[in-house]
Design a protein around this ligand. Structure first.
Ligand code: ADP
Ligand code: MG
Length: 480
C-alpha cells in the first residue's frame, strides 16, 4: 500500500514587544523567576487587561506579508483550562474571529521546486507561564514571567506532504518574522515554537486520516526527525490492523520516539467565549495602509533583486537572503567595496565568511569581521592591489584581529601585489632558465605544464605577482 503523508503546522511566534500583550510588565527573557508577572498577567481580581497596540501592528505586518485577508473586526476569547502555569484559569486568545485570515506562503525545496502552502489563519494570544521541573526535588516550580507575553499563532492548512516540506515551511516563516522584526526567532529561548500535526492516508484517498499532534519541538532538525518517526509509527500501526487515535504526543529526542501525552481536547472542551474585558479589535484601512508602506523588502523580493540587478545566481541570492542580517551584511560589504563586483562579494561571504563562521559555531551577528572590513578587503582585490590568495591571508588576519583593516595589513606586511611587468618578466625569465626540460616538453605540446610554471613564479614572488599578468606574459614567453 502506498501512503500519503499530510502535515499541518501551528507555529507560535513570541512578538518582540517590550511589554506584555495586556499589561505593562516587561517581556525580557531570563529575569529572576516571578519578577515580571504583574497583577494583570496573574488575573488577580479587580484588574483589567489593556491591549498592546504594538502587538496588533505586528500581527498586521505578518498578515500583509502573507497576502492574507485582514479581519476588519476580530475578537478576543477566553480559552478555559486548568494548569499550574495559567493562574487565571483561562488563556486570552482569539477563536472564531482571528485578526489574520487566509493567506499563503511559497516555499522552495532543495531541488529548486516551489510549493504554495496555505495559511489558515494567524491569531493573537497570550503565552502561559512555565513549569520548571528539575530544580526542586519531587516538586515542580512555576515561573510566571512568561505569562502574558504576546504570541502570534500561525496555523497552516494541512498542505505539507513530507517532513522536509514541513521544515522548509517552518524555516520560511522563521526568516519572515525576523525580516519583519516582529519576533527574534530565538528557538532556544522559546521565542519560536512549533506543533506538528501529522497523519497518513492511502494514496488517492480524499478524506484526511486521523492526526496526532507533536508538541513543542525546539529545533528544525528535531521537527524533521519527530515527524518522520511519527509517520513510521502510524503506517506500521495501520498496517498491523490498528487505528491512529487523535492525541497529543511528546517527542523524546534522546530515544527518537514519540509517546502519548494526552488525548486531544475538542474546542468545546475549552468553553470558548468572548472576553468581556476586552473590546473587539477594529482595523482602520488607513492604519493598514500605513503599515503596508512601512514593510521592509521581503525575502523573495530581495532575492529576485539580487538576481536581476546584481547578476547573482539564484542559489547565491537565496543563501544571502536567508536572513535579514546576512542580506544586510552583503549589501554593506558591497557598498564598502565600491559596489564593484557583487559576484565576488557573494562568493567571499558564502564560501569564506560563512565557512569560517560555521567552523567557529558563530552566527553572522557575531562575525569577528565586520561588513565594512570585508568590503575594504574586496576593494583591494578588485583594484588589483592584492590577489585573491593574499586576500585569504588578510582575511585570516582580520579574523584573528591581527589588523584593523586591509590597507594597514598590506602596508605592515608588504603584501602589495607586484604588477610591474618588468619585475614579473624577470621572475619568468629566471624560472624558464632554471627549468629547461619542462620548457622543452611544454613547447613540444605538453601544455598542461603551464600550471607548473605559474606555481614556480607565484612561489618566487611569495604569492604577490598578479596572476593574470603572470599568465599572459608567461604564455607569450613560452611561445618563444
Ligand atoms: P486544533 O486547533 O484543535 O489543534 P485545527 O483544526 O485548528 O485543530 O488544526 C490544527 C492544525 O492541524 C492545522 O495546522 C491543520 O492544518 C492541521 N490538521 C488538521 N487536520 C489534519 C490532518 N488530518 N492531518 C494533518 N494535519 C491536520
Ligand atoms: Mg492545536
Amino acid at each position: 500500500m502506498e501512503w500519503e503523508v499530510v502535515i499541518g503546522l501551528e507555529i507560535h511566534a513570541q512578538l518582540a514587544t517590550n511589554t506584555k500583550i495586556f499589561s505593562g510588565a516587561s517581556t525580557a527573557y531570563g529575569a529572576e523567576p516571578n519578577t515580571q508577572a504583574c497583577a494583570v498577567d496573574l488575573g488577580l481580581p479587580g484588574v483589567l487587561p489593556v491591549l498592546n497596540q504594538e502587538a496588533v501592528k505586528m500581527a498586521i505586518k505578518f498578515g500583509l506579508a502573507i497576502d492574507a485577508e485582514m479581519a476588519e473586526k476580530s475578537i478576543f476569547a477566553r480559552k478555559n483550562y486548568f494548569y499550574p502555569d495559567l493562574p487565571k484559569g483561562y488563556q486570552i486568545s482569539q477563536f472564531e474571529h482571528p485578526i489574520v485570515g487566509k493567506g499563503k506562503l511559497t516555499i522552495e525545496m532543495e531541488d529548486g521546486t516551489e510549493r504554495v502552502i496555505g495559511i489558515t489563519r494567524a491569531h493573537l494570544e497570550e503565552d502561559a507561564g512555565k513549569s520548571m521541573h528539575g530544580n526542586f526535588q519531587g516538586q515542580t516550580g512555576v515561573d510566571l514571567n512568561r505569562a502574558g507575553t504576546p504570541l502570534l499563532e500561525i496555523v497552516s492548512d494541512p498542505d505539507m506532504r513530507s517532513a522536509k516540506e514541513a521544515v522548509a515551511y517552518m524555516k520560511k516563516i522563521h526568516i519572515l518574522v525576523q525580516y519583519l522584526e516582529i519576533c527574534d526567532g530565538n528557538m532556544q529561548e522559546g521565542s519560536f515554537r512549533c506543533d506538528s500535526n501529522v497523519s497518513v492516508r492511502p494514496k488517492g484517498q480524499k478524506e484526511l486520516g486521523t492526526r496526532a499532534e507533536l508538541k513543542n519541538i525546539n529545533s528544525f532538525r528535531n521537527v524533521e526527525r519527530a515527524i518522520n518517526i511519527e509517520i513510521e509509527r502510524q503506517i506500521e500501526l495501520i498496517e498491523d490492523g490498528g487505528t491512529v487515535v487523535q492525541e497529543t504526543r511528546l517527542y523524546d529526542a534522546d530515544k527518537n520516539e514519540t509517546r502519548s501525552m494526552r488525548s486531544k481536547e475538542e474546542a468545546n472542551d475549552y468553553r470558548y467565549f468572548p472576553d468581556p474585558d476586552l473590546l473587539p479589535i477594529v482595523l482602520e484601512q488607513e492604519m493598514i495602509e500605513q503599515i503596508r508602506a512601512s514593510l521592509p523588502e521581503l525575502p523573495n523580493t530581495k532575492r529576485d533583486r539580487f538576481v536581476t540587478d546584481m547578476n547573482l545566481s539564484v542559489y547565491d541570492a537565496s543563501v544571502l537572503t536567508s536572513s535579514r542580517l546576512l542580506a544586510d551584511y552583503f549589501e554593506t560589504a558591497l557598498v564598502a567595496s565600491d559596489k564593484q563586483n557583487p559576484k565576488l562579494c557573494a562568493n567571499w561571504i558564502i564560501t569564506q565568511l560563512l565557512g569560517a563562521l560555521n567552523k567557529a559555531g558563530l552566527d553572522i551577528s557575531a562575525s569577528p569581521i565586520s561588513a565594512e572590513q570585508l568590503g575594504g578587503l574586496l576593494l583591494r582585490i578588485n583594484d588589483n592591489t592584492i590577489s585573491g590568495k593574499i586576500g585569504k591571508q588578510i582575511f585570516d588576519d582580520l579574523w584573528s584581529d591581527e589588523g584593523q583593516d586591509t590597507d594597514s595589513i598590506i602596508e605592515a606586511k608588504g603584501l602589495k601585489q607586484v604588477t610591474d611587468s618588468s619585475a614579473i618578466e624577470a621572475m619568468i625569465d629566471e624560472v624558464i632558465t632554471n627549468n629547461p626540460d619542462q620548457v622543452e616538453q611544454y613547447r613540444s605540446g605538453k601544455e598542461q605544464l603551464l600550471g607548473f610554471f605559474v606555481g614556480q613564479i607565484m612561489k618566487a614572488s611569495k604569492g604577490k605577482a598578479n596572476p593574470a599578468q603572470v599568465n599572459d606574459l608567461l604564455k607569450s614567453k613560452l611561445a618563444g
